[in-house]
Design a binder for this molecule. Structure first.
Ligand code: CP
Length: 344
C-alpha cells in the first residue's frame, strides 16, 4: 500500500479522526462482525502491533482480530527484544534509543499492512505529552495506515467500543445521561481514556456529566472540543465537583482515574492531595442506585476495592466485560475500513 508520502493516508489517531457518520458506520460493521466473526479479507496480510507499554485487552483483541479476519499479527515490545525508539526530530541520538521512529516506521511499512501503536505519556511535561509525539511520528513516517492503541491524549478504540456497549445496552446513545467520574487510584494515570469517552459521547449527542475533584480538570483544548461536539450534536456537557450531584437519572456511570495536569511534574504533591479523596471517589452500588437503572463501565484493568467495589463488578449492572469484548469487534471493523479506504 506504499503511497510515498505518509500524509496521504487515512489514520485512526483519535475520536475526532472519524465523523459521527463514519463512527456509526464502524459500529454497524462491528455489529455484523459480532454476529459473523470469521472473514478472509486480511488473507496474506499482517498487522504490526508496537507496544511501548503493557496491555492485556488491546494486545489480545488485536491479535485475535487479525486472525479472525484471515491475517496475522506481528507484535513488537519496544526495548524488549527490539531497539528502543527515538521520536524527536533532529535529535542527536546519544541516549538509550538505538533507532529513530522515522526509520522504524518506514522499514516496518515494507513488512506490514497496518501499524497499530500503544505509547503512553513519557511524563516529561504535559505540554510535550499532549502533542502525542510518538503516535504522530509513526503517522508521519508510516507508509501504511496507523491505529492509535492508546497514546498520551487518546484511546479511540476504547471509546468506540464504549459507544458500541452503550448502544447495545440503551438503544441509541443520543440524549442518554452518561456520568464520567474520576476515581481515586494510587498512581497518576494517563488521561487518554477520559478524554476519549468524553469526546466520543459528546459526538454522539449524549448528556455528558463529567465529575472530578477540583484540581483534576481535563485538558482545556479537549474540553473545548467536547463542548463544540456536544453543541453540534444537540447533546450536553456539564462539569461537577461532587459525584452525587451528577448522578440523578444517569443511565451509565463510567469510572476512570486520571492524573492531575496541575501537579503533572509533582506526583508526590498530587498523592498527598488526593489521599483524603480515596473513600468519596470510589464507585459503589449506592452510586448506581442514584441513577436510572444505571450500568457501570470501566475500560479495565481496574483495581477492585480502590476504584470500584467488588459487588459492582460482580453484579448484573457491570458492562465492563462487554466493553472489553467489543474492543475486538470495533477494531476488526476499523482494520477493514482502513484497508478498504486506503486501497482506493
Ligand atoms: N482497556 C485497555 O486498553 O486494556 P489493556 O491496557 O489491558 O490493553
Amino acid at each position: 500500500m506504499t503511497r510515498g508520502v505518509a500524509g496521504e493516508l487515512r489514520h485512526y489517531l483519535g475520536p475526532t479522526s472519524y465523523s459521527l457518520a463514519e463512527s456509526r458506520a464502524l459500529l454497524a460493521s462491528a455489529g455484523e462482525l459480532k454476529k459473523s466473526p470469521l472473514r478472509t479479507d486480511l488473507a496474506g496480510k499482517t498487522v504490526g502491533l508496537i507496544f511501548f507499554n503493557p496491555s492485556l485487552r488491546t494486545r489480545s483483541s488485536m491479535t485475535v482480530g487479525a486472525f479472525q479476519l484471515g491475517g496475522q499479527a506481528l507484535t513488537l515490545d519496544v526495548g524488549v527484544g527490539t531497539w528502543k525508539l527515538e521520536h524527536r526530530d533532529n535529535w542527536v541520538m546519544d541516549g538509550d534509543a538505538a533507532e529513530h521512529i522515522k526509520d522504524a516506521a518506514r522499514v516496518l511499512s515494507r513488512y506490514v499492512d497496518i501499524l497499530a501503536i500503544r505509547a503512553f505519556p513519557e511524563r516529561r511535561g504535559w505540554g510535550e505529552d499532549r502533542l502525542d509525539p510518538i503516535i504522530k511520528a509513526f503517522a508521519r513516517w508510516s507508509e501504511v495506515p496507523v491505529i492509535n492503541l492508546e497514546s498520551s491524549l487518546y484511546h479511540p478504540c476504547q471509546s468506540l467500543a464504549d459507544l458500541m456497549t452503550i448502544e447495545e445496552r440503551l438503544g441509541s446513545a443520543t440524549g442518554q445521561p452518561l456520568v464520567i467520574t474520576w476515581a481515586y487510584h494510587p498512581k497518576p494515570l494517563p488521561m487518554a481514556v477520559p478524554n476519549s469517552i468524553l469526546l466520543e459521547a459528546a459526538k454522539f449527542g449524549m448528556d455528558v456529566r463529567l465529575a472530578h475533584p477540583e484540581g483534576w480538570e481535563l485538558d482545556d483544548e479537549v474540553m473545548t472540543e467536547a463542548a463544540r461536539l456536544a453543541e453540534g450534536a444537540g447533546g450536553k456537557l456539564t462539569v461537577h465537583h461532587d459525584l452525587e450531584a451528577a448522578l440523578p437519572g444517569a443511565r451509565v456511570v463510567y469510572a476512570k482515574s486520571w492524573g492531575s495536569i496541575r501537579y503533572y511534574r509533582d506526583p508526590d504533591e498530587e498523592a498527598r492531595l488526593k489521599a483524603p479523596l480515596r473513600q468519596r471517589w470510589r464507585v459503589g452500588s449506592h452510586h448506581l442506585a442514584q441513577g436510572d437503572d444505571a450500568v457501570f463501565m470501566h475500560c479495565l484493568p481496574v483495581r477492585r476495592g480502590v476504584v470500584v467495589d467488588d459487588d459492582v463488578l460482580d453484579g448484573p449492572r457491570n458492562a465492563a466485560y462487554d466493553e472489553a469484548e467489543n474492543r475486538l469487534h470495533v477494531q476488526k471493523a476499523l482494520m477493514l475500513q482502513l484497508l478498504s479506504e486506503n486501497a482506493k
